[in-house]
Ligand binder design. Structure first.
Ligand code: IMP
Ligand code: MG
Length: 185
């Protein structure tokens, strides 16, 4: 049976998200921002983060899927290989808002191998935004395959598989208020 162990409590997350919001507010004082959340994992983080940034801003979502790299309900993945990216990322939902000339902050739940955000960053840059930054709630630097730099990082975490606060395992556990390590996968 999978076992859940709290890694980051809801209080710890809320404090850090407020700090990240303050930092973004300082960096973009007097300017406007469009936040772009990466579906679906970043939805909860984005909704908390944008409410900590009292600037002229809006948000949108982008959707991607990575072929065969995430565990499905019928799989019994043994170890890390089960959720390793295979390198093929595909756009499933483009942004609805124009991005040219705007300050864009990409909002992602977790930075793992880096393949997803590398793909999305390239895509967004093609729209010629005024600036492009990345805000990731979690960072797992030990798993990186492609170099990528996030300007705002909530927490650096170990390589273990985590769920909750938007993050899933085969679409489950997104609604947990805390970030938990999923043990005995
Ligand atoms: P990357 O392309 O390997 O950086 O993948 C990033 C995406 O993989 C995240 O947006 C998550 O959807 C997913 N992911 C990576 N690690 C985890 C994890 O520990 N728990 C849940 N999802 C994860
Ligand atoms: Mg994701």
């Amino acid at each position: 049976m999978p076992n859940l162990k709290v890694l980051l409590s809801r209080e710890t997350i809320a404090r850090r998200v407020a700090e990240m919001g303050e930092e973004i507010t300082r960096d973009f004082r007097g300017q406007s921002i469009i936040f772009i959340g990466v579906l679906k994992g970043a939805a909860i983080f984005l909704s908390d983060l944008v409410r900590q940034v009292p600037l002229d801003s809006t948000f949108d979502f982008i959707g991607v899927s990575s072929y065969g790299n995430r565990p499905t309900a019928n799989e019994d993945p043994a170890g890390h290989a089960a959720w390793d990216s295979l390198g093929a990322v595909r756009l499933t939902k483009d942004v609805d808002e124009p991005l040219a000339g705007r300050n864009v902050i990409l909002v992602e739940d977790i930075l793992d191998t880096g393949l997803t955000l590398n793909y999305i960053s390239k895509l967004v840059r093609a729209h010629q935004p005024r600036s492009l930054r990345i805000a990731a709630l979690l960072d797992k630097p030990s798993r990186r395959k492609q170099p990528i730099e996030a300007h705002y990082i909530g927490f650096t975490v170990p390589g273990a598989y985590v769920v909750g606060y938007g993050l899933d395992y085969a679409e489950k556990y997104r609604n947990l208020p805390d970030v938990c390590v999923l043990e005995n996968l």
